[in-house]
Design a protein around this ligand. Structure first.
Ligand code: C2E
Ligand code: CA
Ligand code: CA
Ligand code: CA
Length: 277
């Protein structure tokens, strides 16, 4: 068992070295990518469940590397959070979102909201609020058209909850992302005047295959309705998912069925094409 212990130790340490090496690689690359503007915002439309008109747009970051191609956020956001680079990345995305809001205003599309993902790490930074207020001031957008998507687990932190409350005071909207996957305190949802729940894709994708999944989705929707919150379902890929969720009372929808995340020029072409004459 002594030998086994040694083997286990070696095995883990090699894995740890690999992990550390990978982390360092991402960290160094990410640092450069941020200054080289290689971190870009892609935009995914969110539509009204009935009219299918675009009511919102979610900013999703992409790392466009000239050798590796497109690197998805799941492979670098965790590293950005561990290393603190999430602060700069997050502010970059907020700036991009406010600039898009400005652009939409000029195009006569000022009813469309723009949502940005905000990591719990960002809400632990004492300078976040001030930095955001500076962006709002520079761009002169109406703060209620900017929506910050925070995960349920973020609400567990007192510090983050206080900041969310301050953000509400500043006029920005707050949506609870990946709703149903964490443990949120229901009293907090009402106390902090959260404006929206986003039902996680994992619940939507199981619809039709598993009747228990249907029960869970219905419970989430009923909960949202009782709390008087607007609801967006993520990851709609089929007409069946669309119809089911619309009939259950979900207000807004987002997913490949409607549109994929896309770069700015494509988004603008899409919006102008959809614009009622
Ligand atoms: P999320 O906030 O839950 O975003 C939704 C994810 O689902 C996005 O993945 C989106 O591209 C994908 N998606 C949308 N519709 C469909 C669909 O119909 N089918 C499928 N299979 N997928 C769909 P993405 O862009 O890879 O982002 C992954 C996660 O990375 C996000 O999950 C979010 O948690 C995080 N993330 C992305 N951008 C940022 C950012 O700027 N800041 C922070 N802190 N996190 C970000
Ligand atoms: Ca999100
Ligand atoms: Ca998320
Ligand atoms: Ca999600």
């Amino acid at each position: 068992s002594k030998r086994k212990g040694k083997f286990t130790y070696t095995f883990y340490s090699e894995e740890m070295v690999e992990g550390a090496r990978y982390r360092l690689f991402i960290e160094q690359g990410l640092h450069k990518a941020l200054s080289d503007k290689a971190i870009q915002a892609y935009w995914q439309p969110i539509v009204d469940a009935h009219s299918h008109r675009v009511v919102g747009i979610e900013a999703l970051c992409r790392w466009i590397d000239k050798d590796a191609g497109m690197i998805p956020p799941d492979s670098f956001i965790p590293v950005a959070e561990e290393t603190g680079l999430i602060q700069a990345l997050g502010l970059h995305m907020l700036r991009e979102a406010c600039m898009l809001l400005k652009l939409l205003e000029r195009e006569g599309l000022e009813e469309i909201e723009v949502a940005v993902n905000v990591s719990g790490q960002q809400l632990k930074d004492s300078q976040f609020l001030e930095a955001l207020q500076e962006i709002l001031e520079d761009t002169q957008i109406q703060p209620q058209r900017l929506e910050l998507e925070v995960t349920e687990s973020t609400l567990q932190s007192e510090q983050a909850s206080l900041l969310i409350w301050q953000l509400r005071q500043a006029g920005v909207s707050i949506a609870i992302d990946d709703f149903g996957t964490g443990y949120s305190s229901l009293s907090k949802l009402t106390q902090m005047s959260i404006s929206k729940l986003k039902i996680d894709r994992s619940f939507v994708s199981g619809l039709g295959e598993d009747s228990r999944q249907q029960i869970v989705v219905e419970a989430i929707i009923n909960l949202g309705r009782s709390l008087g919150l607007r609801m967006t379902a993520e990851g709609i890929e089929t007409i069946e998912q669309r119809d089911y969720l619309r009939d259950k009372g979900v207000h807004n929808m987002q997913g490949y069925y409607f549109a994929r995340p896309m770069p700015l020029t494509e988004l603008l072409a899409y919006l102008l094409e959809q614009r009622p004459q």
